[in-house]
Design a protein. Sequence first.
Length: 238
Amino acid sequence: MLVTYCAHGQTAGKITYDYKYSWTKVTSRLSFLSKEEKDRMMLTSKQWEDRPGIPMKLVFDETQSIYTYAKEQGESEDGQWTWRQDDYLIHRNFDQQKQIEHHEMLGKTFLLEDSLQTFNWRIQNQIKDVGGYVCMKAETFDAIKNQKITAWFAQDIPVGVGPERYSGLPGAILELDLNDGDVVVTATKIELKAVPDELKLPKMKGKKITNNDYNQLIKKHIFESIKAQRNPYWAMRY
């Protein structure tokens, strides 16, 4: 079954996710890295692999959604260390079929404004439980980053929302798998309730770009990184 976009339902709520990045898996895929860079990444992998994921949140209603960090600043598990997180927010307006993305990447901050993205989702027959909801499996492919995308969505939450840059299924995406486990974003808390205060957009500044501009920037950066034998994901989100 091929799905490009699903209309939203009359539901509102907040989903908290755990964003887990597997440094080891990502490093093993980057065959173009120099030995020095690969050794450096593997050393970093050992330091970060067992640490907790990054908490993210998705707030939504029948007209819009906002996906961003669950906390305003990064914080260690014991609360002793804090750090500034990169600017990262995705706003989708379903009624106007528009999206705004606030991305800090490649050493700059961008404000992407364009039409709502659509994806060629292929819904599979597999199901599993995520956060107490029966979820169906769907797959698509990111040709820019050469990544397989797997989503598990809950039809019992009838809104086409999701984490990261992915949405448009006939139910909220509760788990997202980028490239067979390189990054896994899993719902840890699901609250169906009105969230009007959290759906107010903050003030955002950055260089304005379109989806096409974004894709061209990413393609160029990946090409230059491969040529230089360095990890492209030091400077952008996976």
